[in-house]
Design a protein around this ligand. Sequence first.
Ligand code: HEM
Ligand code: SF4
Ligand code: SF4
Length: 561
Amino acid sequence: MAPLLLSLQTEGVFVSPLFMSILLLCSMSLFAGTMADRYWLLRAGERENRNDRLGDRLRALLSIGFGQKRLLYEKGAGWMHVGIFIGFLVVSLQTVTLIGRGFDPHFNLPFFDGPVGLVYAVVKDTFALIILLALAYAAFRRLVVKPKRLHLSAEANLILLWIASLIASDLLGDAAALRLDPGNHGHGYAWLSTALSGLFAGSETATVQTWFNYMFWFHNIAVLAFLNFLPFGKHFHVLTALPAVFLRRLTPSAALEKMEFEGMETFGVGKLEDFSWRRFLDMYTCTECGRCNDMCPTDLTGKPLNPRSIIVNERDQAYAMADHLTAVGKLKGAGKTAAATALIEAQERPALIGEVNDEEAIWACTTCGYCQTHCPVMIDHIPNIVDQRRHLVMMEAKVPSVLQGALKGLENNSNPWNVSAAGREDWIGELEVPRMRDNGTAEYLLFVGCAGSFDSRNVEVMQALCVLLNEAGVDYAVLGTEEGCCGDPAYRSGRWPGRAVVVPGSAVAIEVRMLRVRPSAAVWFPVDRIVFLPVARTPNHRQGHVLIDLLKIAQPPVRGG
Ligand code: HEM
Ligand code: SF4
Ligand code: SF4
């Protein structure tokens, strides 16, 4: 049989199945124990179904997980991470091989003792170099550039060093093996190790063997220690990021979770155990990269909210209460809900809203969605924050004074300004604007929204739009006084908008093709309606699209051409 690629062909190398077994047994049982603790802690959360639409989940896993799409929003740091991530996947085959060689020096993965192994040797050494370059860039960023968004922790530096030592020990181990075995097929293919084997030129065989032994065992011990270290810090994401992407929320980013009322005694989230299990996965997965903070309007304007802190603060509390949460998770897992509730109630802890998270921060979020559409590991900040608002509003009747008037207006007149509902079509004035009550078969319903009806600047926009639609001969109509608020302001404030807020006409609006004007309604209205009204999704058109379509048809001459 041909000599195996980079297998240990020479005497004097220390291979001990007994030592390797003890090492594996200790490290894997420790790891299994930690992961079991993390699992039960996560089970302290409430149930939430994330097993649906497997095709969509796989697509997300491929593009956002393996394709690293969101990391690449920022080119430098993005490509750096791609190098580390893909490199790590490639090198992990070598890691498995080296562990196998702790038992049998000739061990190779299936098919790897022929041409496949030679190709792998080229690819592996190439990625080893890519990882080292990416790590050097990461260290440069952390120690010299120090971007504002990064949390410059010692843990991050330690991990960079740790990974570098894993790669270096692998390369030097292979280099020593090649020097000890001049006939090895890996010569030239494992090109970096071949080059490094020059370092041993002129060394005694015993010296090279010692080097090999140190590198081989250092690598195996360091990799198993690394695995055990991961769950204790932000690099837990190495294990949880791909599951987190796969188990992402599939409803549109703008939509909020539907509230359950039946059989519920509490609403929203007032303590960690009220969160769904997914929020705990978020806590495990946050890399503290600060991308969510980057353009958060409240963080940028110096308000007390920054979305990363919300996740990190909650994680700190979860770990501080790990024993309690693990016990709750086990009770919930066993279906002992009453015992779990008793345990939760008996537990003293700093208040989630007020002590862990600043109450002002919970109210500061504009629900713009920047954070969650940029988080590379699919953490959803808005449901997290709005659930806490729901608790404040519905359980503690705490609403900031500035919001009280708006909510009252919604209840009394179905608009946040509390202007008389009867004046909802006053904006039309002398304009010719068809009403649905007169033209029930109109092709489009123009949903004017509260701002379009009552805010003077928006009224002008709405009037101009109607002039254009009239000119273009679009078959449309408005609801007029039958229109109500889409419910968005109440919804975002943590109050579930009941029928008292949304007049029946708004529900009609989604059953025809709709032109929406109000920017947030353009995002939320069709989406959220579908969440809480049992009607089918219907095509929606923003007025811009209809106008663009009309302009395309009209082909207006280009001025100055
Ligand atoms: C083999 C798996 C992975 C490894 C070894 C790994 C390793 C690392 C390392 C070493 C860092 C720190 C880089 C620095 O110093 O800034 C990091 C950061 C990060 N990782 Fe991973 N990672 C893995 C998987 C993933 C996956 C699958 C995702 C997302 C889909 C992800 C998202 C991130 C993010 C967002 C950061 C912060 C990057 C930044 O600050 O710009 N990682 N990862
Ligand atoms: S929540 Fe997402 S974007 Fe924000 S710091 Fe954590 S991983 Fe980064
Ligand atoms: S949704 Fe809230 S937390 Fe996220 S970026 Fe917008 S304001 Fe900031």
